[in-house]
Design a protein around this ligand. Structure first.
Ligand code: SER
Length: 244
């Protein structure tokens, strides 16, 4: 059985072999961001790289970032203890492209790692796309061969990710694992989507905009990729249990 350490290493090595710089987790307290009390996503340490304020000696990166979601825009506190999948502290596995690749490559990498490297059964995977994102819909059909009824269009903010009231943002595509009919819950977009049957394991954000203030959204200098997979969620899946 893969241990959590094996899974973290496997993720970093997969993207490292695909040319991504392996970047250590940043501290939980943001070093450069007065808008947040704690790092709440893998992209936070790269926020200024997405917006073009900062450059790094690499164009793609991969990390396993320590995160806290216990307040603010991304607050999981009220779910802890009620679901099988929420934590206040967790690790987010993520690959990042700063203008190097976009939707097709992000989807291709995610599908390859999940189904070819880790051997997940494609029949247990369902994805969502932002309702207007025909391009992502078509890519999932082409790259993963998913049938149309397992590429679900979602019109809410669940499929438009932003780090906070300001900062980089964009439409996103989420990958769900079906833990099976013995667990209560329904597919994304259904009335019982909050159950633990269909668990979001990976979020691919197609970073395109910067929210500067409530009324101003600018284009990012280059379309970029920010993904995040909960280490504890994928560990449950790969270890054959449904509860983190
Ligand atoms: N930033 C996105 C999220 O937190 C993807 O990592 O879901």
């Amino acid at each position: 059985m893969l241990t959590t350490n094996d899974i973290r290493r496997g993720f970093l090595d997969y993207f490292g072999a695909a040319g991504h710089r392996i970047v250590p987790s940043a501290p939980l307290v943001p070093q450069n961001d007065p808008t947040l009390m704690f790092v709440n996503a893998g992209m936070v340490p790269f926020k200024n790289v997405f917006t073009g304020l900062e450059t790094r000696p690499y164009g793609t990166a991969v990390s396993a970032q320590k995160c806290v979601r216990a307040g603010g825009k991304h607050n999981d506190l009220d779910n802890v203890g009620y679901t099988a999948r929420h934590h206040t502290f967790f690790e987010m596995l993520g690959n990042f492209s700063f203008g190097q690749y976009f939707k097709a490559e992000a989807i291709e990498h995610a599908w390859t790692l999940l189904t070819k490297v880790w051997g997940l059964d494609p029949a247990r995977l369902t994805v969502t796309v932002y309702h207007t994102d025909d391009e992502a819909f078509d890519l999932w059909r082409k790259i993963a061969g998913l049938p149309d009824d397992r590429i679900i269009r979602i019109a809410t903010n669940d499929n438009f990710w932003s780090m906070g009231d300001t900062g980089p943002c964009g439409p996103c595509s989420e990958i769900f694992f079906d833990h099976g009919p013995h667990i209560p819950g329904g597919p994304p977009g259904s009335p019982d989507e909050d159950g633990d049957r269909f668990v979001e394991i990976w979020n691919l954000v197609f970073m395109q905009y910067e929210q500067v203030d409530a009324g101003t959204r600018l284009d990012l200098p280059r379309p970029s990729i920010d993904t995040g997979m909960g280490l504890e969620r994928i560990a449950a899946v790969l270890q054959g249990v449904h509860d983190n």
